[in-house]
Design a binder for this molecule. Sequence first.
Ligand code: ADP
Ligand code: MG
Length: 702
Amino acid sequence: MNLKINLDSPHIKLKGLGGYRIEVLKSDLNIHSIADLFHLIPNRYVDRRKFYKINTLAASSTEVQIIGEIMDIKKIRNTSGERLKAIFRDETGSIELVWFKGISYMQKKIKSTETFVVYGKLNEFGGSLSIVHPEIESLHSFKLKGSKGILPVYPSTEKCQKAGISSVFLRQIIKEAFDAFGNHIHEALPLHLREEFGWPEKRTGLQELHFPSTFENLQKAQFSLKFEELFYLQLQLLEKKQLRLKNIKGFEFSKIDTYFNTFYKQHLPFELTEAQKRVLKEIRKDLGAGVQMNRLLQGDVGSGKTMVAVLSSLIAIDNGYQCCIMAPTEILAKQHYNSISELLQPLEINIKILTGSTKKKNRETLHDELANGNLHILIGTHALIEDKVIFKNLGLAIIDEQHRFGVAQRSKLWKKSKLPPHVLVMTATPIPRTLAMSYYGDLDLSVIDELPPGRKPITTAHRTDASRLKVLKFVKDEIAKGRQVYFVYPLIKESEKLDYKDLMDGYHALSRDFPMPDYQISIVHGQMKSEEKEFEMKRFVKNNTQIMVATTVIEVGVNIPNASIMVIESAERFGLSQLHQLRGRVGRGAYQSHCILMTSDKISDDSKQRIESMVQTNDGFKLAEIDLNLRGPGDLMGTQQSGVLNLKVSDLIKDSQILHLARKKAQDILREDELLLLEKNKIIKNTLVQIMNDKAFWSYIS
Ligand code: ADP
Ligand code: MG
């Protein structure tokens, strides 16, 4: 029996499950088959094993079940509408039951003098206890239906409710389905894993999910089901990675030679941090392995990713290959170009820059040099992936701030050489490890988790317009000490015109607060020509201007150590990761730096939480976790959840412990038995094959 069998197949006869209800199950609960039904995860459980005496109820006992009788029941009508009020009594005391809806139905249902079982959430109002809209059932039918125990509460929708698909109904058809098809449920986890953790068989686990015997058993069942889901997710990702390592050959950078060694020994401007050293080692190992490197380098803003990029490119050049560094904006490309040229100046390496504004004549020589191999490092923007740009032998592609580049763009770069070049993607968006593991499970991950020494943590404050004068005074004092300041305004596409006005208004106001000739102000925004932008940037870099008014153009990577204050206007309109990125523009020198988040007086709870998180921590990874909780993984990655992450039982955030365990176990098992040939892993192999064939995650239980 295939449990993927459609619910309206003639083989399935579940009481009360007819055409319309099947439609609703499909449309609203995504249940199409018996297998889906078995994997319908309850939202929560209610404990209907225990009965309370009324005189023991306290406002703090939330959901309670009592047995008693209805003493008095009457309809009350006042200005606020109608309600039904009953006094419910047991031998120890009484409590009020209240209904606002379904009044006449309830009146009919409880006119008798029977004993009732009442269940619901306790309310306290003016010192007296009540239950609003309790579940109520005669003791007689309660005993008959066996509504005792720990009961699941299933997800529901309005349509479900109208169609009579209640938790009671679902429990009943799931029970029937179990009786009829339960013995077709296949084991999905091997015995050695189940024994190690004391997990039940799959069938028992599913049974516990819907008909828990104890909370302890339920917990074990939930854990093992989540583990199972995440385990197979990780196995698939790890296998994908293995496949890549086996099948995609890459250039072998076998030696570390003069360029690298000379630079490392004689021209390194500072000692690398331990994290930089470790990451570099990981990269070196990849580059020498003869397999294409595909590595994600994560490091908080200011952690020194550029130096890692530079040293990696020297390895490429030592082995006779070319290298390119791609940046998301022209400003950033220029900055990379300037700082890297300066660093490598003693080595006589040919470095060029290519952006949209590169002059035609320069472009032509550049194309020639690229094609004949005289150009070692090409730095640039998207212009790098134009068809005309042809390398002689591109060996390493470094992509800075990857979240701005699409995957398609990346693979375009890829097509430019005989073998795919090694790829190093650098990002300051600190994707939480748990998420990275799932999204990039087939990518290798390097993390710089340490800042260069001597940095003073940036202090962050939240201020409203009411204290603007104080903020300006503070800024003036810092400028008097020789520091420089950023004022950043939001620029969000849909409302660009308005934002532009905000920016210009802000600029004019600041020009009055910081008048010439004592103060000089630069301004940079997206509507300026790139020469103008560059001119203004240069003035600020050279400390000819003390204030930089900008939109998020400066968001990524700009490095001006003397700038020590970042004022973010309308901070409530920025996302958390963006705020963190912006803050990273300061705190790059030896000075105490400050980030001031300006907002209006009234901001939403979400904004408040973001701002507070910013004030509380400088840790990009922590902020990313918070962001993830606020926005969910799909949003955070700027993509829809990919198919493989179509998780049913588990939650990447809440179940991150289980995810780690699942990954570790998957790794251990593959390490011992790469092809899953051992008898004890046969179940895993079979299950994986099923998943691959069916593409639908839960299909393999049949
Ligand atoms: P990001 O990771 O944000 O790209 P950068 O590479 O721009 O960071 O580095 C930030 C600053 O820190 C630069 O001024 C750089 O020269 C400096 N830096 C990087 N590594 C070190 C180090 N190991 N010791 C001291 N300063 C460093
Ligand atoms: Mg950078």
